[in-house]
Design a protein around this ligand. Structure first.
Ligand code: ADP
Ligand code: MG
Length: 699
């Protein structure tokens, strides 16, 4: 075996291959996601204890900030008379003296971890004196363990975040063992030259630095830089994986469409409005993609109403001009219906048949499928069922996907089975900061429509407390008086779905009876039959329903130009991006609109701050940035939905600069390596970031 293969084998070995690690310890480690030696080496210390800077208790001076290492002698709960409150005291010692640690408040379980007799603690805090005894009040504490090796003469010791069931000393020992057996052979994917070119230390050096820091030249900075090197390595693995896939797919011949055909021209001439600069730019990109021989895989991001669908329609025209069929998919039947409504208006004028493939077609279905099979129907609209089940296309050339961030491998494979690899255009109104989209959609080309069509109406947003509901009702009545429609939205949270559904149902009848007796109140929720939903939507569109009480089924895409006010109840439960989407349901017609966010009076400060952002801006990207900052990626996107890559180390928001660097390096590597070398590289990286684990977009 070569040195590289050797280290790869070692790294992928299970932790139980280390001396002293049996199933119990392995189980404890697994809870923290540590399964292999590699995982263990990525478990970076949260700080380093510099024994040279640690004082003995006998040397402590009152008033100074200091660190000590000491053992727990005793502990007790007590009443501090002078402070008139209950508290907790722990007495620790080393062989030079005693120190009292005091807490007046603490989180549950915190002291239990500390109060283990003879356990060794690393303490930092301000030294004080009380009744002649040295004390620290609310010191920073880290449990080093009770098996602190007195023979461990190392001056600098890594301190790891606590793992239940694994003691610090033991963890330190097995990590030390792992890194020693790794030796100095290269564990990373970068060649020496690349590391030099980018001024990087080797991965092995970084690992040695953080886990077994050398006495002479260790400083916090070295530690931090080493950790950043580990983060970079992992980000590299991710970027290389998706880029290699992308490169592979680029080789796959797609369809080279000719642009500028008669349908495309006729459509452009007939749309009846001026395209925005942003739309023109995006249409240009789509034309380039489609005429190229590699299959288009583009994501179109833009706020609700920014005019994404028009761009998609141009793409459809290009496909049709070239004799291909188009499939347009939406996440729900309601949305598919709405697309159908818009698209078939445009295409009827051009003489192009469009079909809506939905459930409940009954005996008609056979005929519809036949027309798709023979190619007589060039445009097919529906949910994902369109490319599944029994639908057979004659010549599918373009797939447009609305609001589907994840278009998985399986689905793509199905497409491939149906035809030559078609072009794919995805659309989303969930704006994601560019840097992050690079991470999440690393394998897609991303276009952004960052400009609204001229003449869009303003939406005035206001946050109300839930005891100010009258104001919301008054606003609704005003709009109704002017002949407009209103949405009232209730959140549905998975755990209490049933109860909240009842809320919406109950509220609808309450509002009808007590608040809007002179108007028609309708109800729309996800549990209703499709036909009933459509019915309600149509009646609302036609103004036969004035107030639509609904759950978030209206979140994406619903277009009711006559609606001019939306009230969102329990607004603090929604993410900002979601609120932004909901708000986009109004302001689509000719009238200025309002959005009222009703929040629980019990809401927290942070929730209020978040909601205030909605009052200040209607820019989806600004809102997304804030959402991201306040809630983190997972909450913002709903991790389960999008299946974010799981990194062992590093945070894709705060370490985004490292991700950008990783992308640059990976791009260069993948461009310069032969197919064979890339395969080898992928083998070493393993399947951590593979499609099967659920987030890449390319088959
Ligand atoms: P999105 O899909 O981004 O939410 P749509 O494409 O559905 O937006 O456009 C919203 C509405 O604006 C549609 O009625 C569409 O016809 C209209 N529209 C799109 N682009 C323009 C434009 N440049 N000028 C005026 N109206 C436009
Ligand atoms: Mg749309």
């Amino acid at each position: 075996m070569t040195e590289i293969e050797n280290s790869a084998a070692l790294l992928s070995a299970h932790v139980t291959s280390l001396k002293g690690v049996g199933p119990v310890i392995a189980g404890a480690l697994a809870k923290k996601g540590i399964e292999t030696i590699d995982d263990l080496l990525y478990y970076a210390p949260i700080r380093w204890l510099d024994r040279g800077k640690v004082k003995r208790i006998g040397e402590l001076e009152p008033g100074e900030e200091a660190s000590v290492v000491a053992r727990v002698d005793s502990y007790r709960s007590m009443f501090f008379r002078h402070a008139r409150k209950k508290g907790f005291e722990v007495i620790v010692s080393d062989d030079t003296g005693y120190l009292s640690l005091k807490w007046f408040q603490w989180t549950k379980g915190y002291l239990q971890k500390i109060c283990v007799k003879d356990s060794t603690l690393f303490l930092s805090g301000k030294v004080g004196v009380f009744n002649g005894n040295l004390q620290m009040v609310h010191p920073e504490v880290m449990v080093i363990g009770d098996d602190e090796d007195p023979g461990d003469a190392r001056k600098i010791v890594p301190l790891y975040s606590q793992i239940d069931g694994v003691k610090q000393g033991f963890l330190r020992r097995i990590i030390g063992e792992a890194i020693k057996s790794l030796g100095i052979s290269s564990a990373g994917v970068l060649s020496e030259e690349t590391q030099k070119a980018y001024g990087l230390m080797t991965l092995n050096n970084a690992m040695w630095n953080i886990h077994t820091p050398s006495v002479e030249d260790f400083s916090r900075d070295v530690g931090e830089e080493s950790i950043r090197r580990l983060i970079l390595e992992e980000y590299l693995h991710f970027q290389i994986t998706i880029m290699a896939k992308k490169k592979k797919m680029m080789k796959e011949a797609g369809i080279s469409f000719k642009t500028g055909g008669p349908m495309e021209k006729a459509f452009m001439e007939g749309i009846g409005f001026e395209l925005t600069q942003a739309q023109q730019r995006v249409i240009g990109q789509i034309r380039d993609d489609m005429s190229g021989r590699t299959p288009m895989n583009r994501l179109l991001q833009g706020d609700v109403g920014s005019g994404k669908t028009v761009c998609a329609a141009v793409a459809a025209c290009i496909a049709i001009d070239n004799g291909f069929q188009v499939a347009l998919m939406a996440p729900t039947e309601i949305l598919a219906e709405q697309h159908y409504f818009n698209v078939h208006r445009w295409f009827d004028a051009l003489g192009v048949p469009v079909v809506l493939l939905k459930g409940g077609l009954g005996s008609e279905r056979k005929g519809v499928l036949e027309k798709i099979r023979t190619g007589a129907t060039p445009v097919v609209i529906g949910t994902h069922a369109v490319i599944q089940q029994d639908v057979e296309f004659r010549k599918l050339g373009l797939v447009v996907i609305d609001e589907q961030h994840r278009f998985g491998v399986e689905q793509r494979k199905r497409l491939k089975d149906k035809s030559r690899l078609p072009d794919v255009l995805s659309m989303t109104a969930t704006p994601i900061p560019r840097t992050l989209s690079m991470v999440i959609y690393g394998d897609l080309d991303v276009s952004v429509i960052d400009e609204m069509p001229a003449g869009r109406q303003k939406i005035l947003t206001k946050v109300l407390a839930d005891n100010e509901k009258e104001k919301a009702h008054k606003a609704i009545k005003e709009e109704l008086g002017a002949g407009r429609g209103a949405f009232i939205v209730y959140p549905l949270v998975e755990e209490s779905r049933q109860k909240e559904l009842q809320d919406a149902v109950g509220m609808a009848s309450y509002l009808q009876k007590n608040v809007f007796p002179a108007h028609n109140v309708g109800l729309l929720h996800g549990k209703m039959k499709t036909q009933d939903k459509e019915d309600v939507m149509n009646r609302f569109r036609q103004g036969k329903i004035d107030v639509l009480v609904c759950t978030t089924v209206i979140e994406v895409g619903i277009d009711v130009p006559g609606a001019s006010v939306i009230v969102i109840e329990n607004a603090e439960r929604f993410g900002l991006s979601q609120l932004h989407q909901l708000r986009g349901r109004v302001g689509r017609g000719a009238h200025a609109s309002r959005c009222l966010l009703v929040a629980s009076t019990k809401r927290t400060n942070i929730a209020t701050k978040r909601l205030k952002i909605m009052e200040k801006t209607t820019d989806g990207f600004v809102i997304a940035e804030e959402d991201l900052r306040l809630r983190g990626v997972g909450d913002m996107l709903g991790v389960r939905q999008t299946g974010l890559p799981q990194f062992r180390i590093g945070d894709i928001v705060s370490d985004v600069d490292i991700m950008i660097k990783a992308r640059k390096i990976a791009e260069e590597m993948v461009a310069n390596l032969s197919g064979h070398d890339i395969e080898k590289l992928l083998e070493r990286i393993g399947d951590r970031f593979d499609d099967k684990k659920g987030f890449s977009h390319i088959a």
